[in-house]
Ligand binder design. Structure first.
Ligand SMILES: CC(C)(COP(=O)(O)OP(=O)(O)OC[C@H]1O[C@@H](n2cnc3c(N)ncnc32)[C@H](O)[C@@H]1OP(=O)(O)O)[C@@H](O)C(=O)NCCC(=O)NCCS
Length: 155
């Protein structure tokens, strides 16, 4: 499966080839980035997978998800800072919506840190809506989570 949007291509993660890219993206985005072992452990779970977005041969960002019977949990997504606001995040979400949601599985949901305004605004632009606040959801900072969801039937 490959989805093209302009010069961007989205494809499923190939763990052996892609983990080094995921590690590099995380290192550029977070104070406590995931290691290669963290990504491997996540992707080894049979319900978990993800996509990368590329421009030419350069991987710009990734999205990780966990699929359940009636919903998909968007575990995380990140785009290199220098590649933001050029449609990479939108391409990843569009790909997830098109390929993972269907009749029996209508909901894509995620948690966003209360301080992560840029991600909240991104999710809102992707037609996600905040549905609840979960106090102290994040163990590292004790921040609340804004739970946000996209529903296929209210697209
Ligand atoms: C959230 C993130 C993945 C968005 O990726 P992106 O490639 O920059 O997103 P896009 O370019 O596809 O943005 C699509 C739309 O979302 C909205 N948007 C995205 N970033 C925004 C921001 N910082 N402020 C306001 N709106 C924003 C805009 O409407 C944008 O369209 P526009 O650029 O035409 O105005 C990226 O900012 C990121 O990696 N952030 C750091 C990691 C993170 O917080 N991840 C999410 C938590 S798991």
């Amino acid at each position: 499966m490959k989805t093209k949007s302009g010069k961007l291509t989205v494809r499923p993660i190939q763990p052996v080839l892609d983990i080094k890219h995921l590690v590099a993206i995380d290192a550029s985005c977070y104070k406590a980035p995931w290691t290669a072992a963290d990504f491997s452990a996540f992707l080894d779970q049979h319900t978990c997978n993800g996509y990368v977005v590329e421009k030419g041969n350069k991987v710009l960002g990734y999205l990780l998800y966990e699929a359940a019977k009636h919903s998909v949990y968007l575990h995380s997504m990140s785009v290199f800072p220098a590649a933001r606001r050029q449609g990479a995040g939108r391409s990843l979400i569009n790909c997830a919506v098109e390929n993972l949601l269907k009749k029996a599985r209508k909901v894509l949901h995620t948690d966003v840190r209360e301080t992560n305004l840029s991600c909240q605004l991104f999710m809102r632009a992707m037609k996600f809506r905040a549905v609840s606040v979960i106090p102290e959801y994040y163990e590292d900072t004790h921040e609340d989570s804004f739970r946000m969801e996209f529903r296929l039937d209210t697209k």
